[in-house]
Design a protein. Structure first.
Length: 550
């Protein structure tokens, strides 16, 4: 059966769906009607409206060199003046500051969970969010997103000061700066003992980088990769310099890694210039091992060991055996090791953190959209009964490789179908190559679709452009594909209806894409269960999860 016939065979699943149209044609109903990336929260209407009136670089894209420590970099002066106006909330608690190309959100989640397990009142600030902006801020010992009531109450109290600051700065304060200031003020108001703060862009000129050495407990740099190149100076070296801007005088630095040798040298030289002791989660004395994969109460986990024996700079010793991580993949084991090194660095600084709390914190950590398998109930709600659905916000070459590794570990021989949407400023070709070049996975179909980014379309990549990138990558790798754009290319592949070729299709409707890929997997997998993966950005993950909330 051809893939266009498979599309026509997909049944309508939502009550207002009349037809599911052919790949490449306009869907009968738009993604916005099927899915919404915003959870309706009436209590936050004023706050969200206030933020929406400000310049939002997540929606628009970051200007060239904005994250560099240069004349073109973002102005931290206005952020400092705003914090002065709000009473310097950062002086009320200690902070762990985390920067990095990949892994900083997961490392923040692991570390926050460890600190909560010890009983500390913890503030955590991360970005972006999946279903509600409240996810970016958690307070106290629960780890839950801040309540709408608490967030709105704080906003109403500080709104006059925010208005004054915006007027004083001639309207230049941004969405992220106001949100960051609100988060810090909330943490101070709620008397958190320690805050885990994820940098937004780079480090040196990020709005979070107003933490002084006296306010900082530990800084962490997880990885250095080629993302946001234009905004961060155009090279890995300039990205490393930008992220090293979070290192503060005399305060410990934890390196995640692995790093290229010359990139690690840049980070270590900067730490040396700041008299900051360094510990690396890739030290020869640190070993993380994944032993097996299991299902526990319907949830996947990897059984791991972490052994740490480091004697230089910051001595640390620990053995964690049979660690049950619900965050899957070798990259998450590395992030867990980075969080452990950070916790031990805090312990070296006088914070009480037991080995038991470290293990419990790691095992209790889970995140939306990171190697997230949907439950049978959730899959049925999507109209895909019996399917195995994996959500992962991978959007770079490195994160795509990590996702492929996770799939190989969890479902080594299962047929695989992808639904992909990506932002326009990502390396689409490199992302595609990671999936197409791994001959250990059985890739059957890739549907390229679209999702709004931060509520707008200015950074969204068209499905047709994405599909053509996958076609190009497949040709470079000598992989025979069946695609809906064959007539657009000079030499359409012969034998178009062959069933053993990877199907590539552009489809604007996410709903159609999900049904089509599931149907293809059912046709091709036979008795063997296939895996449907939604990936390419956290924004497409958000669309899927928001539909479940509705």
């Amino acid at each position: 059966m051809g893939f266009l016939n498979l599309l026509n065979k997909c049944p309508p699943t939502l009550p207002w769906t009349k037809t599911l149209v052919r790949s490449g044609a306009r869907a009968a109903v738009t993604n916005e009607r099927f899915f919404s990336s915003y959870t309706e929260e009436p209590e936050l209407k004023d706050f969200l409206g206030y933020l929406d009136s400000l310049k939002n670089y997540e929606k628009l894209g970051v200007p060239k060199d904005a994250g560099t420590d240069s004349d073109d970099g973002l102005d931290l002066g206005r952020m400092r003046r705003l914090m002065d106006r709000l009473g310097n909330p950062l002086s009320k608690f200690k902070a762990v500051h985390i920067a990095g190309t990949k892994g900083k959100g997961s490392t923040a989640a692991f570390l926050s969970s460890i600190l909560r397990a010890e009983g500390y009142s913890v503030g955590c600030y991360t970005s972006p969010h999946i279903t509600t902006i409240r996810e970016r801020i958690s307070l106290g010992t629960s780890g839950d997103p801040v309540s709408a009531k608490t967030l709105n109450g704080l906003f109403q109290r500080i709104r006059p000061k925010l208005d004054e600051a915006i007027q004083f700065e001639n309207g230049c304060l941004t969405h992220f700066e106001i949100l960051t200031a609100t988060a810090f003020t909330l943490m101070a108001a709620e008397d958190v003992e320690i805050a885990v703060i994820e940098a937004g862009l780079g480090g040196a000129r990020d709005a979070t980088n107003i933490i002084s050495s006296s306010e900082l407990a530990v800084s962490v740099i997880t990885t250095i990769g080629a993302e946001h190149l234009a905004a961060l100076g155009g090279s890995l070296e300039s990205i490393a310099m930008a992220k090293s801007g979070i290192i503060k005088h005399g305060r410990p630095l934890v390196l995640g890694g692995p790093f290229l040798p010359h990139i690690e040298r840049i980070l270590r030289d900067q730490a040396m210039s700041m008299c900051s002791p360094v510990v690396s989660a890739c030290d020869a004395g640190i070993h993380g091992t994944t032993k097996s994969f299991h299902m526990l109460d319907g949830r996947p986990l990897q059984l791991c060991d972490i052994r740490i024996n480091v004697e230089r700079d910051i001595p640390m010793f620990m053995e964690l055996s049979d660690l049950k991580l619900h965050m899957l993949g070798r990259h998450q084991l590395q992030n867990a090791s980075t969080a452990v090194c950070t916790a031990l660095s805090l312990r070296n600084e006088g914070w009480k953190i037991s080995d038991g709390s470290i293990k419990a914190g790691l095992e209790n950590t889970c995140m939306l959209g990171r190697s997230q398998f949907l439950s049978a109930k959730e899959v049925e709600a999507l109209g895909l009964p019996g399917a195995t659905v994996l959500l992962d916000g991978a959007h770079t070459k490195e994160s795509a490789k990590a996702l492929v590794d996770t799939i190989r570990m969890t479902f080594p021989s299962a047929p695989l179908g992808l639904v992909v949407s990506m932002a326009s400023d990502k390396d689409h070709l490199a992302f595609a190559r990671e999936f197409l070049s791994d001959r250990h996975i059985q890739l059957e179909a890739v549907f390229l679709t679209e999702a709004d980014i931060a509520g707008g379309k200015s950074r969204t990549t068209s499905p047709v452009l994405l599909r053509d990138c996958w076609i190009q990558a497949s040709k470079e790798l000598g992989i025979d594909t069946l695609h809906d754009g064959a007539s657009l290319h000079q030499k359409p592949f012969p034998g178009k209806e062959r069933e053993d070729r990877i199907i590539l299709a552009a489809e604007k409707s996410l709903e159609v894409s999900l049904r089509a890929v599931n149907e293809i997997l059912r046709e091709r997998a036979g008795a063997q269960s296939g895996v449907l993966v939604v990936t390419g950005s956290l924004h497409i993950v958000s669309l899927v999860l928001a539909s479940l909330h509705k």
